[in-house]
Design a protein around this ligand. Structure first.
Ligand SMILES: *Cc1c(COP(=O)(O)O)cnc(C)c1O
Length: 371
């Protein structure tokens, strides 16, 4: 261990080789030719875009999506030779910064389309952009009638080098949901307005809906980071994240002893508690109080009492004594307690577990063989 990881209260390991393997798994889901982009927004879902994006570039990924222009500016220098697109598109007046930094806007509304076209027209250039059409998410994107108006507007289109038409699925994690098929049909109708332009529909779960949802470009995020794209089924992805919280103190307690703020847990029998140096300030949701768990030596240990800001308490009475000592660890995320399980225990989703991982953790990046 490096001194920094020795000092830290908790250590987050990010397996970059597993992220690369997951990108290959997603690419191999394709039965028709096409590409897999990578969504690295929100700092690669909390795992560190500056490390994750170059690892995916080395694996062959050539198109990246982030949410905001700031996120794009932070990693643009690391991605030479690859496309980098901003899902939010430009705010009014922000067009020049996209062009100056070789960042592609996703145009989500008629206003963004017209602003980009006007900006390009003023420069006497055709400027690259992706177009987002809404097919049932009702969030961002042109409606079908707005897309029809654009398709008929030769003036506006003359200024835009349209590289991609994309849409986003609302219910891809529920394969039997009727909206999935309806969105395919609506997307076909929208794409027909822009013949010859590549399309993109599937994010992580959409990749596993099957070929009808695969356009030329899939654009997963969560599954790259080990999240399960198949809710309720075995996870086909490799685990990426391991979070180990250091034990500060081990204490033997009698039956009847209250534990933590509010005394919300009372030990039913004599047991041993481990107090771990991570809490809700680190993104361990307070909702995990008396509901979450950790693992020690592969054995589940219940989280008891409330999660405090910097500390969490586990009942380790069932674990062999020699596995639980100050300086040792309780695994807070890992095999047997993955991000999806932690999310479910907290009443949320694994996506939020990842994006809540705090900067206070010491981060170890595992490169793996050959990377
Ligand atoms: C976040 C996002 C994605 C990636 O979704 P995952 O479920 O993480 O794979 C793809 N497309 C859009 C428009 C998004 O907002």
């Amino acid at each position: 261990m490096s001194p920094a990881s020795e000092r830290a209260g908790a250590v987050l390991s990010v397996d970059l080789a597993a992220i690369r393997a997951n990108w290959r798994i997603l690419q191999n889901q394709r039965v028709t030719p096409g590409h897999t982009a990578a969504v690295v927004k929100a700092d690669a879902y909390g795992l560190g875009a500056a490390r994750v994006a170059p690892a995916l570039l080395a694996e062959g990924c050539r198109r990246f999506f982030v949410a905001t222009l700031d996120e794009a500016l932070a990693i643009r220098p690391l991605l030479s030779g690859a496309d980098l697109a901003v899902l939010a598109g430009p705010f009014p007046g922000g067009e020049a910064e996209f062009l100056a930094n070789d960042i592609i806007p996703v145009l989500n509304s008629p206003e963004q389309v017209f602003a980009w076209a006007a900006f390009a027209h003023k420069r006497s250039q055709r400027l690259p952009a992706f177009l987002h059409v809404d097919t049932g998410m009702t969030r961002l994107g042109l409606t079908q009638s707005q897309a029809e108006e654009l398709a008929a507007d030769r003036n506006t289109l003359a200024s835009i080098d349209l590289k991609l038409v994309m849409t986003h699925l609302a219910c891809a994690d529920e394969p039997s949901h009727a909206l999935n098929r309806r969105q395919v049909q609506r997307f076909q109708a929208a794409r027909a307005l822009f013949p010859g332009i590549a399309g993109s529909m599937a994010a992580s779960s959409g990749v596993f809906l099957g070929p009808d949802w695969h356009a030329e470009w899939n654009r997963p995020g969560y599954a790259l980071y080990g999240g399960n794209p198949l809710s309720g089924q075995p996870n086909p992805m490799r685990q990426v994240v391991r979070l180990q919280g250091k034990i500060i103190q081990v204490r033997d307690v009698d039956a009847g002893e209250p534990v933590g703020y509010g005394a919300t847990h009372v030990c039913a029998a004599p047991t041993r508690l481990a107090v771990v140096a991570a809490g809700y300030a680190d993104g361990l949701f307070r909702a995990l109080g008396n509901r979450g768990c950790g693992t020690v030596g592969g054995q589940r240990v219940p989280l008891v009492g409330r999660v405090s800001m910097d500390l969490t308490i586990f009942d380790v009475g069932a674990v062999p004594v020699d596995l639980v000592r100050p300086g040792g660890v309780v695994e807070l995320i890992g095999p047997g307690n993955d991000i999806d399980a932690v999310g479910a225990a907290a009443g949320t989703i694994g996506y939020e577990v990842l994006t809540s991982l705090s900067a206070r953790y010491h981060r170890d990046y595992l490169e793996g063989a050959g990377s």
